[in-house]
Design a protein. Sequence first.
Lengths: 43, 311
Amino acid sequence: MKFIRRVIFAASVAGIIAGILRVRGKGGVPPQQGGWREVTPKQ
Amino acid sequence: MARGHSKTVTYAVVGSGVVGTRVVQHLTSLGLAPALYSHKQRTELLSKSVVVLACARPHAQLATMLIDEGVSVVSVSDNVSDIMDLLALHDRAVAHNARLVPGAACVPGMSGLLVSHVAKAFDVMDEVHVAVHGTGGPSCAREHHDSLSGRAFGWHDGEWIERPSGSGRELCWFPDPIDAKDCYRYASAEPMLLQRIAPSLQRITARVSATRRDRLTAHLPMLSPPHAEGGVGGLRVEARGSRNGVRHNEIVGMAEKVASVAAAVAAHTALRVGDCAPGVHVLGEATLPNADILTAVLASGLTLHQFVGHE
């Protein structure tokens, strides 16, 4: 019983941490090559 | 009664929010004297030549009343139902010698002008993908919130597809300082208007940037009141097609306050609405002087960017 409780506790903590990271994590963006340049309508 | 579009053209703006006041500023800077009204002052509007509806939606009922008196109307409403109701007023506008331009804002509006602009770079343009980031005033923010619930339309290989709003995540790059934002399908009339502008298009999508919180709370009432105006927003138009037998891409974008873009588009559309025949016209359609409107909008201080490179 004690073992089961420990497993549940560990899984809960892991789930809470994963949830926090998912909600608050900033992640990253894939790189792009190139960039933006200003244009006029005639270009 | 016909309203002549000559030296005696008079303008009115309905709505004193961020977009309405900026439309007035644009027209005033050009030496015109537009009157600013609330949507309740309907009688005063009937004596005007052109009315810009920059008040909270819906606009269809007020537009109908104005068109019946021969008053031309430019509407900044971006609500799907409202735009569809406005599009249905074509015969009425023709009968009363009035012009109506619905969706004369940022998206739709500026996006249509940009599609018309980039179309010149193709022999055949077959895809257009529009993404927008940010909101204008409080009405725009509420529309953004509402549009993430419900159904989103897209044009795919010659038929309309319907998907849940908030689905279809795609990372879209906007000009600096906005950079990359996760964008999702949303309830917008943009695909219908673009399909009207360019019937040869095979695929049309419209996406809006949204946070996780936006998507999770889309089905709830707005939990906090919207800001008076959003920050710097972004617009991205990606067109694909062929040029000289080779597949070609054009990506143009803007990083400006959404309300500023909407106001500039609405103001310069109002100035040129008399150049077209009576009826309903959509920005980007060949019946409007799109190049002139785009040039004037950019000359008012907004900047257009083109993406050069690979994503």
